[in-house]
Design a protein around this ligand. Structure first.
Ligand code: ADP
Length: 262
């Protein structure tokens, strides 16, 4: 099960990269197709002088496309993902500056940390990517500025509340990212987790952010919920299962070195 988990997390990361290079790859394919069409026309017209030039162009584009897929394969082999006990408060603190810079000065960032937050067993890099993606979505929903709230909480979900969220009853950490932006109409909420679904202009949105967050959260035994109202804002809620084991010695040592909070 662990291997399957790792493998699917690996595929999520590959998916992220794929989204980025699919555009380049398509451009190269368009170049090759165009050259081949020109070659056919010129041959039909008996104008062979240009044919060599188009062949060279098509060949060059094909070689660049091959280099792109090689990079993708190399990446998928290299990528190792590695769940460990994570203190989300600490993870947020480590990212606050980056998030502030990413959303810009027109958006007021507010962090509300639960005291004595439980740990959860996830890949910290995946969770950082997820949080940053949620903040970028929030920023895009607030072009004229607004408020971005990142909040953590310990929650115990008893039967009804748990099933309501498609989760088994138990203890979870709740990480929520709330904006005062455009909000999402119900038909967008319904499709928001679909891979490649985006309402953003071509080249801005990939439509992969939320689908990857969904995959990552489900693989970690958690769930994502959207609470949104048009004209009011959006709250993205990530539930992650509580990790009951103790942090490994290495992690405990690293934690002890952090300055104490006032
Ligand atoms: P992308 O951001 O590239 O479009 P996502 O999968 O992250 O891809 O999001 C899919 C769509 O969900 C977005 O295009 C947008 O319409 C909607 N969405 C996501 N987050 C928010 C938000 N915080 N406020 C309003 N709409 C959102």
């Amino acid at each position: 099960a662990e291997d399957a988990l790792r493998q699917s997390q690996k595929m999520e990361a590959v998916g992220q990269l794929t989204g980025g290079i699919a555009h380049d790859f398509n451009n190269l394919l368009a170049g090759i197709t165009g050259s081949l069409e020109l070659i056919r026309t010129r041959i039909g017209q008996g104008r062979l002088a240009d044919v060599d030039r188009y062949l060279v162009a098509a060949h060059g584009a094909a070689k660049r496309a091959a280099a792109l897929t090689h990079r993708l394969l190399a990446f998928s082999r290299r990528q190792t993902l590695d769940p460990k006990p994570v203190n989300i408060n600490q993870l947020i603190r480590g990212m606050e500056e980056l998030i502030g810079r990413t959303v810009g000065p027109a958006i007021r960032l507010q962090v509300v940390e639960a005291p004595e937050l439980w740990t959860t067993l996830v890949d910290p890099n995946q969770l950082e990517n997820a949080l940053l993606n949620l903040c970028i979505n929030a920023r895009d929903a607030m072009p004229d500025g607004g408020r971005l709230t990142i909040e953590t909480r310990n929650v115990s979900l008893a039967a009804e509340a748990a099933w309501d969220r498609d989760l088994p009853p138990g203890e979870y950490l709740l990480l929520s990212v709330t904006d005062t932006g455009s909000g999402m109409p119900p038909e967008v909420v319904k499709r928001a987790f679909d891979p490649f679904f985006t309402t953003k202009p071509l080249g801005v949105g990939t439509g992969l952010g939320l689908s990857m967050i969904y995959g990552f959260t489900r693989q970690s035994g958690g769930q994502v919920r959207i609470v949104s109202e048009v004209g009011v804002g959006t709250m993205m809620k990530l539930y992650l299962p509580r990790h009951d084991g103790r942090a490994e010695p290495a992690d405990a040592a690293a934690e002890a070195e952090l300055p104490q909070r006032a």
